[in-house]
Each structure stands twice: as C-alpha cells, then as structure tokens.
Design a protein around this ligand. Structure first.
Ligand SMILES: [Zn+2]
Length: 402
C-alpha cells in the first residue's frame, strides 16, 4: 500500500537525504534526552522497586522501538530505540518547520482556519508558533551558538526552536509509549513459547508473538487494545515531563500534537484505506489518533487548571481545539507533500479516511477497541507497577464508552 500512496521520486530524494544525515549527530541530540528520561523513570518507578530501566540505541536501520523484559528479572527492563527510528524522527522534525513556513505563505489553510477561530482564541499566522526565549528547550540553548555561526536568514529562532522541540517531544512520547508497555507489564498478557524468559514488545509489524488462532482467536484485537493503552500512558507521562521541563506551553502542546499526527501518518503506510480491523498488532493509526487526541485534550485542559493557567476548563477549550485542528491539517499537508503522490486536488488519503463520511465505520472500530481495552483493564490495573497511574483518569473520562 505504501508503494501506491508514496511517490517514488520523493522516496528516492529521502533516501538521498538520509545519506547526508550524520547518525553520530542524531545520536548526540537524542542521548541527553534519553538519559534524562531514563533517570526520571528510574527515580519515579524502578528504583523504589530496587530495579533499573536501561536504554540502548542499536545501530539498526529498521524504524522500530522495543521494550524487553526478562521474566526472571522483570524490574530490570530495556528499551531499545533503533537509530533508524531516531533518524526518521529527526528528519521530520528538521523539515516540518520549513514546510510549515511555506504552507503559511503559499496556501490559504492557516489563514482560513485563523479566520474561523480569531474571535474565540489566540491564533498565529506563521508556520510555526512563536516561542519565547524562556520557553525553548535545553537542546535549543545548547545548539543555537553552532547555528548562529552560519545561519540562513529564513531560519528564525522560532523555526530552529520548533525543530528541536519537535524532535524532543517525538522522542519523549515514543519512549513513554514503551514505558507504558513496561509499567503495565503487557508481557504478562502475551502468549509466549513455553520456556521463554525474554519477552519483547516490539513495534515491528513482522514480529508477531508465538500464537495461533487455537491459543487465542482474539490475539490481534487484544494486542491492538494494549497499544492504545501504551499510547495513553505515554501521553500521560509526556505531559508530566513537559510540566517538569517547563515545556507545557502553547508551542510545546502544539508541537506535541504535530509530532503525534506525523507519527500516525508514518504508521498508516501499511494500513488499508478502510476501517476493517486488520490482523496486525497495532490498530489503524487513525483510531490510535482518536484515542490519543481525546485523552490529550482532556488532560491538557485539566493540567492547565491544576497549574493555575486558567481557572476553568471551558476557558481553554477553543484554544486547544484550534491547536489540535491546526496540527491535524499541517501534519496532513506535510505528509502528503513530503511523501505521497499528491497534487493538492483532493484530501490526502489519511485525512480522507479520517473525515466525516467514514465516521460510522471509524466509531465502530473505536468502540470495538474500547471493548478490548475494558476486557483487559482489570488485569492491567492489578499488574501495573505504580499507583496511582493514568488508568483512574482514563476511566473517569469514559472516553468512547458506550
Ligand atoms: Zn507499542
């Protein structure tokens, strides 16, 4: 499917770009973020259990991340983030601000959207959000001097800052998705070969666990539901991280939404253009996106209230809707123009499938997922390594519950 949707010419260009991206440089950018994340997760979750989480960056081209648990030593898990995955993240974070800038100048998408929202909340006309100096990431502060030596005049601080912030938030969310698998101890719900001691939750489609229809006819449905739960725990931890690292502000929230949307576009490449539930470990990314967006927007509003930014949830509603609508449009435009056969005529595939006309089939998929989430939630609650955790909040939201 990806071959049909993606433009061969564009792919060739990207393969060429990859040759010029230094993997040492990408590793240098990712390491301080992953170090910080890992020590935080250890302080918060694993050290109190006399355990320790470690991470690795395998020199592997495949776009994948893995959470591995040794059944005999479950408090010392390992997260692996392939350099191939980090390179994809970096390349998109690198290009997205530049392309957003072009969209803001050459298309009416942002102008039209801003007109709709102008009277109810703060909008911005530029491609990327304005970022104050005190809102920037540590990575930006660290890297800025090197860029200042010979910077193209079009590469503003906002654009450079967005690039690093997006890279960081993409890495953070993906990392916390893996942490979600580990904290919820999904390995206990997997069917493994008798005698297996190492259990991996791999994000690769190809690596399906030992199973058969005879051992569990609902294997894929259950696996898909657990991916959504890992996504939601990932969102929960990401918001805590953003508050802790002073990245919980409009540009941070917007760029997190863009990062997530782009990630879902990436995963969508191997899915059909319909809402039949495929025999694949991960749910259709549009369905994942609905859960993530539903959970995230609620959590952002409640966190804004909790931290005193607004006094009531309804004071931030339009602002968050604006940011999330804008993020969906910009990520969609980005993906279509960057990767797909796209002439601007009709909506890109992902956005077309996510649109109103397929609402009913989409909701059916979403409700089926909710059923399989609920059917595993009681067990996951008991297995979860930390209390309180995101489950209580998730249950309170009654998201997509019939
Ligand atoms: Zn996963």
């Amino acid at each position: 499917m990806s071959q049909q949707r993606n433009s061969k010419e564009k792919w060739n260009r990207i393969v060429e770009e990859n040759r010029h991206l230094s993997i040492e440089y990408i590793e240098k950018l990712a390491k301080p973020i992953l170090d910080d994340l890992t020590s935080w997760v250890n302080r918060k979750f694993y050290n109190p259990l006399n355990g320790e989480l470690t991470y690795k960056i395998p020199l592997d081209e495949r776009v994948n991340a893995t959470a591995t648990t040794d059944v005999l030593d479950p408090t010392h898990p390992i997260i692996e983030m392939n350099l191939g995955m980090l390179r994809e993240i970096y390349r998109d974070a690198f290009v997205f601000p530049l392309m957003s800038d072009i969209f803001s100048e050459k298309t009416s998408t942002i102008k039209d959207l801003n007109e709709v929202f102008q009277s109810v909340c703060l909008t911005f006309g530029s491609g990327v959000p304005p970022i104050n100096a005190n809102q920037q990431t540590k990575l930006f502060d660290l890297m800025k001097p090197a860029y200042d030596e010979r910077r193209h005049e079009k590469l503003t601080d906002d654009m450079l800052g967005s690039r690093f912030m997006m890279f960081e938030l993409m890495v953070v969310w993906l990392y916390f998705h893996e942490v979600g698998h580990l904290l919820q101890r999904h390995f206990l719900l997997k069917i493994i070969k008798p005698g297996d001691e190492i259990v991996c939750v791999s994000e690769m489609q190809e690596s399906v666990d030992f199973h058969s229809k005879a051992t569990d006819e609902n294997y894929f449905l259950k696996s898909q539901a657990r991916e959504i739960l890992a996504d939601l725990e990932g969102v929960d931890l990401t918001i805590s991280y953003m508050v802790k690292n002073k990245l919980f502000h409009v540009p941070g929230i917007y760029l997190l939404m863009c990062a997530q949307e782009i990630m879902f576009h990436r995963f969508f490449q191997s899915y059909p253009e319909n809402f039949e539930i495929p025999e694949i470990k991960h749910p259709n990314p549009i369905v994942r996106g609905e859960y993530v967006q539903g959970y995230l927007t609620n959590l952002v509003l409640d966190t804004l209230v909790k931290n005193g930014f607004i006094s009531d949830r309804k004071d931030g509603g339009y602002q968050i809707t604006y940011l999330s609508t804008r993020a969906s449009s910009m990520a969609g435009l980005f993906w279509a123009n960057r990767y797909e056969e796209f002439d601007g005529g009709e909506l890109p595939t992902f956005m077309r499938l996510a649109s109103k006309e397929n609402h009913e089939q989409k909701m059916q998929y979403i409700h089926t997922m909710r059923y399989w989430i609920d059917s595993q939630l009681e067990k996951i609650k008991v297995n979860h390594l930390c209390r309180p955790n995101f489950i209580e909040y998730f249950e309170g939201l009654k998201l997509y519950q019939k």
